[in-house]
Design a protein around this ligand. Structure first.
Ligand SMILES: *Cc1c(COP(=O)(O)O)cnc(C)c1O
Length: 372
């Protein structure tokens, strides 16, 4: 059996008629820049999240950077975040001129360890940027509590958590701004790059609308210098078709995750993902831990199973962040996890038989190990 890491072609076949129609509509109307579908998708995604404002952008990293800029964060400021994440979480902070300050993550949920925030706060700290990693929201209440106490902004990296909930409320709607990526492989993915910022704050939304569009308040009136970070109308048209399926797709992912959990039960060296009781996990990625991760990955590859590493090198250990001078060993959980994590195939169209095959092969590998 050959099992891909994800399968966007099968998904397209199921949507082709509707997606093709939507794209032809944009082309027939030559409605390419900030067109009708951008406006409608912003409205629909805001309603889906349960917030009044959404601003369509060209990527997730733009959403993060513009959120911070709109909050006035820049040189001399510090933003607290995690190192166990995709680089964009952290580089978005750096691009504003602010300095990222890392706290470690929890070994069970892989999310920011909220007990460590207070010790990381300095007089320069302006914001906390939690990541809802792999599709499970971070523990938001303690984050909001400490943010209120020290008057810090909260910006959520919800780029992997479309539709996930924390205590019943959608991820991305707790802080000043929630930032989403619609990179093709995300739970809600475009046919190219795209992103979104959601917020309850009208002024912040207006600021980001200008920041995405040359600092324009109205055509050819520029209040400040800004780049072009607009959401493409063609992508918005695709995303409107796909948003209607997001909850079903997330439910399919959750079912597959349950099947993985059952199929891997009893394997003492395999740690399956922990679901915190007050959250829903939308399983953007299904990440297990294994002491011989590289050996297992190589074995699975031989059996036709693709796997991933999210992420093999923590951000503070990347060459581009050497200058931060974060010492090796200072984020022990993050560094430990990076050596043990392995991402198994997970996509809504995956079949029960495919999950069973992956589990069977992991069992095969375990039975070959000495001491098993
Ligand atoms: C995908 C992702 C981003 C960046 O999104 P882009 O659309 O690729 O810019 C940021 N943070 C996390 C956690 C992500 O997974």
């Amino acid at each position: 059996m050959n099992i891909p890491f994800l399968d966007l072609k099968t998904q397209y076949r199921a949507l082709a008629a509707e997606v093709d129609d939507a794209l032809h509509g944009v082309m027939a109307n030559a409605d390419f820049i900030l067109g009708k579908d951008v406006e409608l998708f912003e409205r629909e995604f805001a309603a889906y999240c349960g917030v009044p404002h959404a601003v369509g952008l060209d990527s997730g990293i733009s959403a993060l950077e513009l959120a911070l800029r709109a909050l006035g964060i820049g040189p001399g400021d510090e933003v607290i975040t995690v190192s166990h994440t995709f680089i964009a979480t952290v580089s978005a902070i750096s691009f504003t001129g602010a300095k990222p300050v890392f706290v470690d993550v929890r070994p069970d949920t892989f999310n920011l360890d909220t007990r460590l925030i207070e010790a990381a706060i300095s007089p320069r700290t302006k914001a906390i940027l939690p990541v809802h990693l792999y599709g499970q929201p971070a523990d938001m209440q303690p984050i909001l509590d400490v943010a209120r106490k020290y008057r810090l902004a909260v910006v959520e990296d919800a780029c992997q958590a479309h539709g996930a909930r924390y205590r019943g409320q959608r991820a991305g709607t707790f802080g000043e701004a929630g930032c989403f990526s619609f990179y093709p492989g995300k739970n809600l993915g475009a046919y190219g790059d795209a992103g979104m910022l959601v917020t309850r704050n009208r002024e912040l939304a207006e600021k980001v609308r200008m920041l995405r569009n040359y600092g324009q308040s109205e055509k050819y009136h520029h209040l400040f210098l800004a780049y072009n970070h607009r959401l493409d109308t063609m992508q918005a048209a695709v995303l409107r078709v796909k948003l209607k399926r997001l909850d079903d797709w997330n439910a399919a992912r959750q079912k597959l995750a349950q099947r993985y959990r059952a199929g891997l039960e009893g394997l003492s060296e395999v740690v399956v993902p922990t679901e915190a009781p007050d959250r829903t996990h939308v399983y953007h990625l299904y990440v297990i831990q294994h002491p011989d991760r590289d050996g297992l990955a190589a074995f699975l590859r031989q059996q036709g199973i693709a796997t991933g590493l999210h992420y093999p090198i923590p951000v503070h250990r990347q060459p581009c962040y050497e200058s931060l001078g974060v010492a090796r060993g200072s984020l022990p959980v993050t560094e430990h996890l990076a050596l043990r994590i392995l991402t198994l195939p997970m996509f809504p169209e995956m079949t029960a038989e495919q999950v069973d095959y992956v589990c069977a092969q992991i069992r095969n590998y375990s039975s070959r190990q000495p001491g098993a």
